[in-house]
Design a binder for this molecule. Structure first.
Ligand code: PGA
Length: 246
């Protein structure tokens, strides 16, 4: 039985004051039976780790370098994230694929760097509106998963979480219907069977894209949806807590 994961992707939204306020509300309202994770901007990771040190809430980076170390100005390595106390990181979020042109090869390399540090990688996949309209949604997601499925071992998959985030549903207020989301999650799980039946069965697959308290319950009730990756609504403690309790 897969437990529920509710993760908050703050994107480029935070301040010292906001981080303290939001995280103190989360830590004062522990939600049982769900793994909560927050992904603040890099500048606030150490602060977040300090705020949450006596809680079960995990902290993760929003990305990491595909390289181990060296002359990569502005980048942060998986080892550095681990060093400051992060156990998780996002990889291949659609905004990074779109604006930083992250390729599937880079997504694989970043995932490998995280796994070398025994961290958990939340790898994001999802089709654009155009791809969905052209009937290519499943093909696109299959392509984004291909290298990971080919290259990662069954053992490594134990630290990989997939987040299905249709690009057309991110920050738009438009959510995939529970039926649409379930259909894609079941497809992703069937692809993972190429690694092993156990990997397919045990890998957490989160849904992301305009999840809020009002729609979380219905989405999380789907058999192949194991929680959510929450953007906008994760900046509001009340919403994030309500989603976590869904
Ligand atoms: P959203 O973002 O919840 O604001 O749509 C989700 C995400 O990009 O992870």
């Amino acid at each position: 039985m897969r437990s529920l994961i509710v993760a908050g992707n703050w994107k480029m939204n935070a301040s010292v004051k906001m981080t303290d306020a939001l995280l103190s509300q989360l830590s004062n309202n522990a939600v049982q039976g769900v793994q909560q994770v927050v992904f603040p901007p890099a500048a606030y990771l150490s602060q977040a780790i300090k705020c949450l040190k006596d809680t079960a809430i995990k902290v993760g980076g929003q990305t990491c370098s595909e390289h181990e170390q060296g002359a990569y100005t502005g980048d942060i390595s998986a080892a550095m994230l681990k060093d400051i106390g992060c156990e998780w990181a996002l990889v291949g979020h659609s905004e990074r694929r779109a604006y930083s042109l992250e390729s599937d090869e880079q997504v694989l390399a970043k995932t490998q760097r995280l796994l070398e540090q025994s961290m958990t990688a939340v790898v994001c996949v999802g089709e654009t509106l155009q791809e969905r309209q052209q009937g290519q949604a499943f093909q696109q997601v299959k392509q984004q998963l291909k290298l990971l499925i080919e290259q990662l071992t069954e053992n490594q998959w134990q630290r990989v979480v997939i987040a299905y985030e249709p690009v057309w549903a991110i920050g738009t207020g438009e959510t995939a219907s529970p039926v649409q989301a379930q259909e894609m999650h079941a497809f992703i799980r069937s692809e993972l069977a190429a690694v092993s039946e156990q990997t397919a069965e045990q890998t957490h697959i989160l849904y992301g894209g305009s999840v809020k308290a009002a729609n979380a319950q219905e989405l999380f009730a789907q058999p192949d949806i194991d929680g959510g990756l929450i953007g906008g609504a994760s900046l509001d403690a009340t919403e994030f807590l309500a989603i976590s309790g869904s």
